[in-house]
Design a protein around this ligand. Structure first.
Ligand SMILES: [Cu+2]
Length: 193
């Protein structure tokens, strides 16, 4: 009997948690290919730093993947898998040119790491190969998503509340808008240059 009561309490608690978190989903249009959508800084809220290091490979004279989305505070590992030396630098973070950084140039099989604390888009370049370009998009919150090629996205496990949500695309201006999340919530964006 006691055990059943306990199970009932656990089930009710689980349902309560589920009721207070939902998803943000929708579509980013006006642009071709992948975009990023993220919830902006939430006043008074901090999030634990993710321990996992996403990997960006320089392979076949490309940054792979082309776009990497991370939570602020995440360390990214940069690997060179090509037979030629590659460089990694970025001219700005979130448009702020003071945050430019050159990680250096290194040969095949070696890795260098960087911890991205400042939110915003980081255009990755290689000064050996001017045609190489990639992006790290640093989200201030753990609530972010990369769209698919059609622009569709879904951000899971977003607590109910009122937020500012931003859409980013490499070829367009950022767009931010207020959004009240209550369970499963829709948010579409139309970006332009
Ligand atoms: Cu290169």
């Amino acid at each position: 009997m006691k055990r059943n009561v306990l199970i009932a309490i656990v089930v009710v608690a689980a349902l309560t948690v589920a009721a207070n978190a939902g998803t943000i989903s929708g579509k980013v249009s006006g642009v071709a290919g992948e975009s990023v959508v993220y919830v902006d800084t939430i006043a008074g809220k901090t999030f634990p730093t993710p321990a996992q290091h996403p990997l960006i490979d320089q392979k076949g004279l490309l940054f792979q993947p082309h776009i990497t989305v991370i939570q602020a505070g995440t360390t990214v590992d940069f690997l060179n898998s090509d037979a030629v030396a590659h460089n990694v630098f970025w001219p700005s973070v979130g448009g702020n040119k003071k945050l430019t950084h050159n990680l250096g140039t290194w040969p095949k099989g070696e890795k260098r790491s960087f911890k991205f604390d400042n939110p915003g888009a980081v255009p990755l370049l290689c000064n050996v190969h001017p045609e190489m370009a990639g992006y790290v998009v640093v989200s201030p919150t753990p609530y972010y998503a990369l769209t698919d090629k059609s622009g569709a996205y879904k951000i899971e496990n977003v607590p109910d509340g009122s937020y500012s949500v931003t859409a980013w695309h490499e070829g367009a201006k950022n767009q931010s808008k207020p959004l009240t999340v209550s369970g499963d919530t829709k948010a579409d964006f139309t970006l332009s240059k």
